[in-house]
Every structure is written in structure tokens, then in C-alpha cells.
Design a protein around this ligand. Structure first.
Ligand code: COA
Length: 248
């Protein structure tokens, strides 16, 4: 099991549970997450979703092994299915992030509604160093959130940033100690779940609606470029360097 799925009252908690690989997301994990989000979408008794990892690690991004043999990034691809499901989720998603949040570990947060982070968080989107480009509509959503130049710093240079910076520019709602993080996020989720569900969902829709169509369009455009870049020698060499580093 690589995704733990737990239900307490009206809150569904999805825990990335692959600590030996720093919660790198495999195809199987994307499929599990997609199904859980789909089921939640169609279950009137689920009001809120919590997305979390371990107390010391959220997610090291896409499993790089899957990039080596990546096929077409079409609508049936597990990562693409997950991105569609998360970006169109009608129920509020609360993220609790500790330690590493790399690649999609950071960009997925742009589709969450409330994000709580531990002080040790390290956010990074090292797409260009891997010979790749932004995904999850981050090329649209990040500059919108933090301004173009800061987005270029993180998406072109691929520099890391910490929880304090993330809270400062609004990616993170609040910094909470590693020990308190999950209880705090659960408390916020329960608070949301206790509110009239229809009102919360309609409000989320109103917040997201103005850019929803554009988000889906950019998501597709990014995937076309990403798919092309995966085949380049720059990318394949970067992947090889990573796996050689892992073995040594
Ligand atoms: N894909 C596949 N495996 C990954 C992974 C990823 N994204 N991130 C970590 N792992 C694996 C490592 O290969 C290693 O496996 P092994 O023990 O079988 O060799 C294990 O997880 C632990 O990682 P390790 O590199 O030893 O831990 P670390 O604390 O020294 O470094 C990271 C952690 C996340 C900084 C480093 O693993 C890393 O840079 N990962 C790649 C991140 C990335 O580029 N993600 C994709 C962005 S698009």
C-alpha cells in the first residue's frame, strides 16, 4: 500500500506512504489518488479531503524511474488523470506538508485550498535541471500567486524556498510545528466539514471558476512540452545522473 486512505466522519485523509522513496509518486500511487479523489467527488458524505505525507517528508516529486520510460502523456496517463481530478476537485482540499516538497510535491499545492507547512519544509521545482518544464499549470498559477520574477527564480533557476518564504508569498496559510502539523490540519478540515457543504463547495467553485478553463488549457499545453522534453538527451542524461547518484 502506498497511499493510506482513511475516513473520519466527513473528512477523507489521503497519506502518501512510501517513505523509503521519500514518497516519490509512482504510477500506482497516482492511480490510487485519482480513484480516491473520484470516489470522494461522488460521495456526498465526504466534505473535505486532507492530503499529507509523513511528519518529516511530504513528497519527492514524480518517480523519476517513470520518466525514463514515459510514454504519451495523454488523458489515460496516471499523472495526467491525477492532475485533472485534483485540479477539478469540487470539495476543499487541505494539505499538510513537512520536509521535502519537490516537483509535483510543490505544484500540487497550487490546487489545494488550505496549506499548512512545518518549519522544515523545502519546496523546490527543479524542472529545468532535469531538462523538463513546469507542470500542473504551475506556469500559470505560480506567477499569478507570487509575481513573475519570483516564479522565474523557482521555475527557471529551480531554487528552493522554505516554509517562511512560502507563507510570506501565500502558498502556505500557516507554519505549524512538525509535531502539531497533522492534528492542526485535521482540526481545520473538521472545521470546514462542519460548515454547510453546499455553501463551501459553491464558494470554492466561485473562487476557482474565473481561471478554471485557463488552468485546464495550460495544463494541456505544459504536458505537450513536457512529453517532448522527456525524450531529449538533456533529460535522459539528467535522469541517469540521478540514478547513478542514488546507487553510489
Ligand atoms: N524518484 C524516484 N526515486 C526517488 C525520488 C524520485 N523523485 N526521490 C527520491 N528517490 C529515492 C532515491 O533514489 C533513494 O532510493 P534508494 O534508497 O533505493 O537509492 C531514496 O528515494 C532516498 O532518496 P535519497 O536521494 O537517498 O535521499 P536524500 O535525502 O539524500 O535526498 C532528495 C532526497 C529528494 C533531495 C533526492 O532524492 C532527490 O533529489 N530526488 C529527486 C527529486 C526530483 O527531482 N523529483 C522530481 C521533480 S520533477
Amino acid at each position: 500500500m502506498t497511499i493510506l486512505i482513511e475516513r473520519h466522519a466527513k473528512v477523507l485523509t489521503l497519506t502518501l506512504d512510501r517513505p523509503d522513496k521519500k514518497n516519490a509518486l509512482s504510477s500506482a500511487m497516482y492511480l490510487q489518488l485519482t480513484k480516491a479523489l473520484y470516489d470522494a467527488e461522488h460521495d456526498a458524505n465526504v466534505h473535505v479531503i486532507v492530503l499529507r505525507g509523513q511528519q518529516d517528508c511530504f513528497c519527492a516529486g514524480n518517480d523519476l524511474a517513470d520518466f525514463v520510460a514515459a510514454g504519451a502523456l495523454n488523458a489515460e496517463h496516471p499523472t495526467v488523470m491525477f492532475l485533472h481530478q485534483l485540479s477539478q476537485c469540487s470539495k476543499p482540499v487541505v494539505a499538510a506538508v513537512a520536509g521535502l516538497a519537490i516537483g509535483i510535491g510543490t505544484t500540487a499545492l497550487l490546487h489545494c485550498d488550505l496549506v499548512y507547512a512545518a518549519p522544515d519544509c523545502r519546496f523546490q521545482m527543479p524542472f529545468t535541471a532535469l531538462g523538463l518544464c513546469p507542470e500542473a499549470a504551475s506556469s500559470l498559477l505560480l506567477p499569478k500567486l507570487i509575481g513573475y520574477q519570483k516564479a522565474a527564480q523557482y521555475l527557471l533557476l529551480g531554487e528552493a524556498f522554505n516554509a517562511e518564504e512560502a507563507a510570506h508569498f501565500g502558498l502556505v496559510n500557516q507554519i505549524v510545528s512538525n509535531e502539531q502539523l497533522f492534528a492542526f490540519a485535521a482540526e481545520k478540515a473538521m472545521k470546514l466539514a462542519a460548515l454547510p457543504s453546499e455553501a463551501v463547495m459553491q464558494s470554492k467553485k466561485l473562487l476557482r471558476q474565473p481561471q478554471q478553463q485557463l488552468v485546464q488549457q495550460v495544463l494541456h499545453e505544459e504536458l505537450a512540452v513536457f512529453e517532448h522534453l522527456l525524450q531529449t538527451s538533456d533529460c535522459q542524461q539528467a535522469l541517469q545522473r540521478f540514478f547513478q547518484r542514488s546507487k553510489s
